[in-house]
Design a protein around this ligand. Structure first.
Ligand SMILES: Nc1ncnc2c1ncn2[C@@H]1O[C@H](COP(=O)(O)OP(=O)(O)O)[C@@H](O)[C@H]1O
Ligand SMILES: [Mg+2]
Length: 411
């Protein structure tokens, strides 16, 4: 298969000439850099030469991950041999940023093809959902070709709005419920967030959230923000992120990170990796506007654990520390936090999950209790931090800080 020449575009602006390998879809070479400031954030450009390896992993990262649930079956049905080749079928366009590739021989305008303003086919989405295409002739122009993450998902247009429909996993299919309760928690606490609602299709639960990106903005994940500077060994990941954001002039990051850590403590999130949070910028002026509203909080509330382990504090924590007890210590201020706003949140959980075919009564109750325990545990930390500030002691937190592993009864 012949190699193909493209211009890597950033909305209307050409960033660089690139050549993609016809057989694999990887970037074989980078030609002229046309606008270095429009090369994706975090890709080093030195003396007019972009780092090909870094650009390649950025490009590969736009494809559906090879680990996506049942992706091999979907690729077979689509007749495409890899997710990276599928990426080319939609010109790399996404609903999370404004990058795309324009074949050099064609005069294509962003207005005519972007998914924010143009409808898109749901053939790929349907196949990713294990259904057939809606017509004989498959149309692969879809933002689903550039969707990240492990869970089954597809973009839909509902009432003219672009929305992400995302499933759950395993025997409990718990992630969609978690997204919704996390939204409710954040709404009550005043944390800027992506709002998720629950929908059920063919008995399976899904979460639905609106695209928080518009045709003028874009998401840049923390991973790429952290590539903008070298991290000295003595600087922690947390500090490095704050430093990079500060050097780029991104407002409000300390508070946003504090709020994310607190949310993840409460819901016991296990997968806040560096692509599960980030910042927003204006795609044309390149001016950063602040933190992205919190998204993807489904890997929490012991979603993949048996009921007997619900409440256990033995699990991984990301992105800054390996335990939530350590990570919560990074919070610079709890001044904004009013935990009493979470009174009776367990009732919302019970109400939300009452019709689930996957979560039985025992599991739902165990999670409700564990959630209450997390809030009480955080409350103790808050009280002790107030004591410490006022110099009246700091002993309250000690018994829970190092309390160790399995703790079904909470603090
Ligand atoms: N509401 C949204 N608006 C814009 N982009 C989104 C939105 N939700 C998710 N994304 C993008 O899609 C990716 C996959 O979604 P995510 O919720 O993280 O799925 P998963 O749970 O499978 O990791 C995210 O990493 C982000 O880049
Ligand atoms: Mg994710």
């Amino acid at each position: 298969m012949a190699n193909r020449n493209y211009i890597l575009m950033h909305k209307h602006i050409p960033a660089a000439d690139i050549q993609l390998d016809g057989a694999t879809g990887v970037i074989r070479s980078i030609g002229t850099i046309k606008n270095p400031e429009h090369i994706p954030v975090g890709i080093p450009v030195k003396n007019g030469i972009a780092d090909r390896q870094a650009l390649n992993s950025w490009w590969a990262g736009r494809a559906i991950p090879a680990s996506r649930d049942r992706i091999q079956d979907a690729l077979k049905k689509l007749g495409v041999s890899s997710t990276q080749l599928l990426l080319e079928k939609c010109l790399g366009l996404s609903l999370s940023d404004q990058y795309w590739i324009c074949p050099v021989s064609e005069n294509i305008q962003w207005e005519d093809i972007n998914f924010f303003q143009n409808d898109f086919s749901d053939d790929v989405g349907n196949i990713l959902f294990g259904r057939g295409p809606s017509s004989e002739r498959m149309n692969m122009m879809s933002p689903d070709n550039t969707s990240d993450g492990w869970l089954k998902k597809k973009w839909v247009i509902a009432d003219g709005k672009r929305c992400l429909l995302k499933g759950g996993s395993g025997a409990t299919q718990q992630e969609p419920y978690n997204e919704v309760i996390a939204s409710i928690i954040m709404k009550r606490l005043g944390i800027p967030h992506t709002s998720y609602s629950l929908t059920v299709q063919e008995d399976y639960p899904y979460s639905l959230c609106e695209d928080f990106i518009t045709s003028d903005s874009e998401l840049i994940t923390a991973w790429y923000i952290m590539q903008t500077e070298r991290k000295p060994n003595h600087i922690s990941i947390h500090q490095h992120y704050l430093n990079c954001c500060s050097a780029l002039g991104i407002p409000g990051i300390q508070l946003a990170v504090d709020q994310m850590i607190v949310l993840d403590y409460i819901i016991f999130n296990e997968d806040r990796h560096q692509n599960n949070f980030g910042v927003l910028r204006d795609a044309e002026t390149l001016k950063y506007t602040g933190a992205a509203p919190i998204y993807d909080s489904g890997t929490s509330l012991w979603f993949d654990k048996p009921a007997t382990m619900i409440g256990s504090v033995k699990a991984v924590c990301k992105p800054f520390k390996t335990s939530h007890e350590e990570q919560i210590k990074l919070v610079s201020s709890f001044d904004w936090l009013e935990l009493e706003k979470l009174d009776n949140i367990e009732d919302e959980w019970m109400e939300l999950t009452k019709n689930s075919l996957f979560l039985d009564e025992n599991r739902r109750r165990a999670i409700a209790n564990a959630l209450r325990n997390r809030i009480q545990r955080l409350d103790k930390i808050l009280r002790s931090s107030i004591h410490m500030v006022s110099g009246t002691g700091g002993d309250v937190v000690e018994d829970i800080k190092y309390s160790g592993y399995f703790d079904p009864s909470g603090p």
